[in-house]
Design a protein around this ligand. Structure first.
Ligand SMILES: *[C@@H]1O[C@H](CO)[C@@H](O)[C@H](O)[C@H]1NC(C)=O
Length: 135
């Protein structure tokens, strides 16, 4: 009972503080998709070393090089977007309230934040790769 109330209040808070502008964007309308992804991640990281115990390590060198190049590109893009958007929006260096309007610059900042979130989801895959490689 206590636990259910706690869970219910977390869900309510997540719905109330949700940013309506980003509702159509992938993975962030509700906490469920990312929760499923994290459980899949935990399952794969658990299963990887067990499946690979008596097998040759999968050679992921090319995949990992391409993956790292892509992540460097994505990080450079996000760095540029955060810097350019906060500069153009005259952000304070100390504390900047969130602008929930749909004007271009606040939307651009929301998009940069979404890419940052997505990059964290993508980065889960490097641990999965490591668990299937077994060093
Ligand atoms: C930022 O400041 C500049 C110069 O004061 C001004 O021209 C510009 O409109 C401001 N931008 C925003 C988004 O407030």
């Amino acid at each position: 009972m206590q636990k259910n109330l706690c869970l219910l209040s977390i869900v309510l808070v997540l719905c109330i503080v949700a940013d309506k502008r980003t509702d159509p964007w992938p993975l962030i309308y509700s906490p469920i998709p990312v929760t499923i992804i994290v459980w899949m991640y935990l399952g794969l990281v658990w299963a990887g070393p067990r499946l690979m115990r008596n097998r040759e390590p999968v050679d992921l060198r090319v995949v990992l090089i391409l993956y790292n190049l892509a992540m460097v590109g994505l990080s450079a893009y996000m760095f540029h977007e955060f810097l350019a958007t906060s500069w153009l929006s005259n952000y304070s260096l100390l504390c900047q309230p969130v602008d929930y309007s749909s004007r271009p610059l606040p939307m651009r900042m929301a998009r940069a934040c979404w890419w940052f979130f997505l990059s964290k989801v993508i980065e889960l895959s490097d641990t999965v790769c490591i668990s299937f490689h077994h060093w």
